[in-house]
Structures are given as C-alpha cells and as structure tokens.
Design a protein around this ligand. Structure first.
Ligand code: PRF
Ligand code: ZN
Length: 388
C-alpha cells in the first residue's frame, strides 16, 4: 500500500450503507463531500458567471484539459496566471485529463503505448497527449485536482480489447504519478491538530476503467490502490449502460480502494444515479445534465421534473420550485420563465441553470446532513419517489 496521505477527512459514515461525508482540502480551500461539481468545460459553466457559481454554493468546478489545451491554449493560460485568475474563480477546480474528450470529440484518434494522437475538433490540426504532457498541461492550467490520462472504450467493445485498453490505462497512471512526483517533489500536505489539512500544491487522482465487467473493475481498482495518488476517479461509466450495470461496476470497484481517499464518479448524473452511487461509497460527481436540460426548458424541483414549455405554466404565478431558496424561485413566476423560453430569450437559460445547479447542490447539502444524523436511507427514498 502507498504511504501517501490524502487531504481528505471523513466526518461521518452511514450505518446502513457505504455512504460517508467528509471534507477534501485543496490549495483553494475546502470541498465538502458528497459534492456536485458544475461543469466548466471551457473555463465557463454555460450561461453562468463566477458570481452565480458562488451564489449557488459551488465549491469545486470541473474543467477540461482537452478543451483548454486547444483553446485558449495552456501556454496562454500560464501567461494569464492560470485558470483561476483567468476566470476569476477562487475556489477549487478539478481538471479532466482529456481521455474522454479525445475519445468523444476529436477525429482520428490513434493510441500508441506512448500516448494518443488526435485531430482537433476545431480545425483538424494534429496533436499528441502523453501521460506526462497532460500533467504538464494541468500544471499550466493550475487546477487543484489533476487527473491521469486514461483510455476510454465503448462498453460494446470486445473484452480482449477492453483488457488491452485497461493495461494501457494502468501503465499511463504509473507514468503520470511518476511525473507528478517530478513536478511536485515535496508533498506539501500537512495534517493540523484538528484533523484538517493544509495543502500547498495540486493533488493527483488516478482513473479506474474496466467497463461493466466486475473482474476488470477489481483488477483496475487494486492496481490504482497501489499507486501514489490522492484520490480515485471511476471512469468508463454513464456511457450507455443500465443503472444495474453501473451499480454492479461500482460495487466491484469500491471495496478494493482505501477508505481514506476520495472517490469521484466521472460524468454522473441524475439525482437517482447520484444517490445510488453515494450509497455505494462515491464522494464526488459532475454532470452537464442540470445545465443542458435547463437550456431545453427543463427544471429539477423538489416535486420532480418541471418542463417550462408545458402549456400549464403559461399563466402560472407559482415559482419554479416553492421549496427552493434560490433567487430565481424567490423572484420570478413560471409564467415569466415560460415566456422567456418561448421568446428565445437567453436569460431563460441562465435563470433555469441557476435554479437547477442550486437544486443539486442543495440536495447534496441535505445528503451530507442526513449522513451526519443517520437518516440517509430515508432521504434517499424520499428523493427517489419524486424522480421515478
Ligand atoms: N474518463 C475521463 N473523463 C471522463 C470519463 C472517463 O471515463 C467519463 C465517463 N463517464 C466522463 N468523463 N478521463
Ligand atoms: Zn430555485
């Protein structure tokens, strides 16, 4: 087992499941878990500003090495004082290594043992990512949590190909961790008397692949548990498998990971999926879902989904969600939001996005409180009833 300490303090565990609540410390402060991280792919959460993100209570954003490397470019970001200074965000940022985006966006992806060749989705220009170059890019971006380059395969791939891809992901994680140590020779993490941590540098998360196969997941998790990383991403899920398959893959992964390090399920999800994963021991989540559906007129509320395009809202003087504490719900009616949407006003995207992200972040606040006072199971049941 690795000796490396993770700046993660677990505050309480649920007695009836693997759920836990804690605090991940980064060089930009505290991230309380379970956490929902809004997605700021291109140094921006779509339709929102940094002020909105502080308002809704975001503590960590997810950004993307692939996108930022291509535009504005990692050298430009370095010159501009890093991503935090660029977008004026002073809380935590996690960067995805780009393994997923190279797979889903770029053309002509070619994987060698050394790295990935790909063509930019903007102009077709040719680029190369290696486990080491991605760490260098994340250092230039200056994010708080770096992730290792991985190979993502479709779940429909043959098992032999999945096995080969996993072998590459494992090798790349070792190389990324070795390169991290070259850039960050001193760990710069100290535990204080009260159990909190002081963190002087970015930390590193490994990515666990293995598709929906329990044996591959176990192999990947055991391997990653031996690496010098501060936390774990669970990748390769939420890519079209059933909820049952996803749950099985998570169950095959978590028992092989050390308790004291955080676990992040990449690219998930809806309230139901998030609750299922929290119950199985996952701590961190990100998803474009709340902002994507907002731009399509859909809101998540304490009573379930509300589609603002629905005729029933045209003359409604009700707020979007009467149990929500956000200023959109305090100030505007469904009738107004419905009008803005129909009129194609961009403000409707912004207002519903603010509400949806606040809704998910508040749900996480309720989950953390429920884990602390032993009522997580009840809360999960209550929320799932609304979203079935
Ligand atoms: N790998 C990386 N980023 C990701 C994923 C992955 O498997 C996923 C899968 N849902 C989302 N984002 N690097
Ligand atoms: Zn609201």
């Amino acid at each position: 087992m690795t000796k490396l300490i993770s700046p993660f303090k677990i505050l309480a565990r649920d007695e009836n499941s693997k759920a836990r609540t804690g605090i991940l410390y980064t060089k930009h402060g505290m991230v309380r878990t379970p956490v929902f991280m809004p997605v700021a792919t291109q140094a921006c959460v779509k339709a929102l500003t940094e002020e909105d993100l502080n308002y809704v209570g975001a503590e960590c954003l997810l950004s993307n090495t692939y996108h930022l490397y291509l535009r504005p470019g990692t050298e430009a970001l370095k010159k501009l004082g890093g991503l935090h200074n660029f977008m004026r965000w002073n809380k935590s940022i996690l960067t995805d290594s780009g393994g997923f985006q190279v797979h889903s966006l770029s053309h002509l992806r070619k994987i060698t043992e050394d790295g990935i060749w790909f063509k930019s989705h903007h102009d077709g220009s040719k680029h190369f990512f290696s486990p080491e170059s991605v760490i260098e890019s994340e250092a230039a971006i200056g994010s708080d949590i770096w992730t290792c380059l991985d190979v993502l395969m479709p779940n429909s791939a043959h098992k032999a190909d999945l096995r080969r891809a996993l072998a590459t992901t494992k090798l790349w994680a070792e190389r990324a961790a070795a390169h991290y140590k070259k850039i960050v020779p001193e760990q710069n993490i100290q535990q204080n008397e009260d159990g909190s941590f002081s963190v002087g540098h970015s930390i590193l998360f490994g990515i666990i692949q293995g598709s929906i196969y329990p044996d591959l997941r176990e192999e990947a998790a055991k391997h990653m548990a031996r690496q010098d990383v501060h936390g774990f991403c669970i990748g390769g899920l939420s890519v079209g498998e059933t909820l049952q398959e996803m749950n099985t893959a998570v169950e095959a992964t978590i028992p092989h990971l050390p308790e004291g390090k955080p676990r992040y399920l990449m690219g998930l999800g809806t309230p139901i999926e998030i609750l299922e994963c929290i119950e199985r021991g996952v701590d961190m989540f990100d998803c474009v879902w709340p902002t994507r559906v907002a731009r399509n007129g859909q809101a998540m509320t304490s009573e379930g989904k509300v589609n603002i395009k629905n005729n029933a809202h045209r003359l409604s003087e009700e707020p979007l969600d009467k149990n929500c504490d956000c200023w959109v719900c305090k100030r505007y009616t469904r009738a107004y939001l419905s009008h803005l949407y129909r009129a194609g006003e961009l403000t409707s995207h912004r207002l519903i996005s603010i509400h949806n992200i606040r809704f998910l972040i508040k749900t996480m606040e309720r989950v953390r409180a429920a884990i602390l006072d032993g009522t997580f199971r009840q809360l999960k049941k209550e929320i799932i009833e609304k979203y079935k």
